[in-house]
Design a protein around this ligand. Structure first.
Ligand SMILES: NC(=O)c1ccc[n+]([C@@H]2O[C@H](COP(=O)([O-])OP(=O)(O)OC[C@H]3O[C@@H](n4cnc5c(N)ncnc54)[C@H](O)[C@@H]3O)[C@@H](O)[C@H]2O)c1
Length: 286
């Protein structure tokens, strides 16, 4: 079989460039997308130097139709697509009361609408070949909240739900979908946080992405964080909570709020069914 083909969006600089180069070192052929065509071509050249075929693509992902054309060009050039890394991104940071319509629209279209479009564009090919790898990019801002990043955080949290759903839909087709929340000093990090991430290299995130794009990847529907050599899994935990009788009131919630919030003995439901199981199993007390 000819070597696998990966598309990395926003790969002209920063983390995307590191992902593209590490995937190239692993032997994948690359489509290096970036709205900055010069940067994309430069990184494609670096992939050639590593010894793999690579094509640059200067489309700006997010706008309607772009993802379909990007995947179409990939298939024309390489005849296949095996992995998609939805990395491209911008920030338009402002506290929520100052956000403009444009700030919201632009960030949601690149980080969420465009990502769904890219996934929809590759999915039929992944299903047909019964193989695919998707890596979506979240952020600590979306997972934990971050002042001045409401638009960005909303999109970055949303891709976690997208990733888990893709994992469920792709399971029987050997399509794995996972989410990465990276930390590295890049132009975007400089814009948002100054030199807070100084010394943290994008190269120390890339191997995680390469693993998640590999045939040997054993996980799907999971969320990982990586930065400065620390790689962790982040889970969605649910407390044991309480079971209140029908007709309970806000006063009952107030009385039980500490128990509801107590995360000791929490569960990590793998899917909707696991979350619903205790609810459907126990009859509500009268
Ligand atoms: N740097 C971090 O610590 C950090 C933390 C959390 C999440 N992230 C996420 O990682 C991803 C990469 O971030 P980065 O820090 O490398 O940023 P960066 O600004 O250094 O690089 C982003 C690249 O994406 C390109 N790009 C932007 N919009 C595009 C579009 N519409 N179409 C195609 N290309 C586009 C830019 O030209 C640039 O080359 C983003 O999704 C970002 O939200 C980064």
């Amino acid at each position: 079989m000819s070597s696998r083909v990966a598309i990395v969006t926003g790969a002209g600089a920063g983390l995307g460039r590191a992902y593209a180069l590490d995937l190239a070192r692993a032997g994948l052929r690359l489509v290096v997308n970036d709205r900055d065509g010069t940067a994309a071509a430069r990184v494609a050249g670096e992939c050639h130097e590593i010894g793999v075929e690579a094509e640059s693509d200067e489309s700006a992902v997010g706008a309607l139709g772009v993802a379909g054309e990007l995947v179409g060009r990939t298939l024309e050039r390489f005849g296949r697509v095996d992995a998609l890394v939805c990395n491209a991104g911008v920030v338009r940071d402002r506290t929520v009361h100052r956000l403009t319509d444009m700030d919201v629209q632009e960030v949601l279209s690149v980080h969420l609408g465009g990502v769904i479009d890219q996934v929809r564009a590759v999915w039929p090919h992944f299903r047909r070949q019964r193989y695919g790898r998707v890596v979506l990019v979240s952020s600590a801002a979306g997972l934990f909240g971050s002042v001045g990043q409401a638009n960005y955080a909303a999109a970055k949290a949303a891709v976690v739900g997208l990733g888990r759903t893709l994992a469920a839909e792709g399971r029987s087709y050997d399509i794995a979908a996972n989410v990465v929340a990276p930390v590295a000093q890049t132009d975007m990090a400089m814009t948002a946080l100054g030199d807070a991430f100084a010394g943290l290299s994008a190269d120390d995130v890339a191997p995680l992405v390469t693993y998640l794009c590999s045939e040997g990847c054993m996980v799907s529907g999971e969320l990982f964080a990586a930065g400065g050599g620390r790689v962790t899994r982040i889970g969605w935990a649910e407390s044991a909570g309480v079971r209140l009788p029908h007709g309970f009131t806000a006063a009952d919630i107030a009385a039980e709020i500490d128990t509801i919030r107590d995360m000791s003995g929490c569960a990590f439901p793998a899917d909707v069914a696991e979350h619903l199981k205790p609810l459907l199993r126990q009859k509500q007390p009268q």
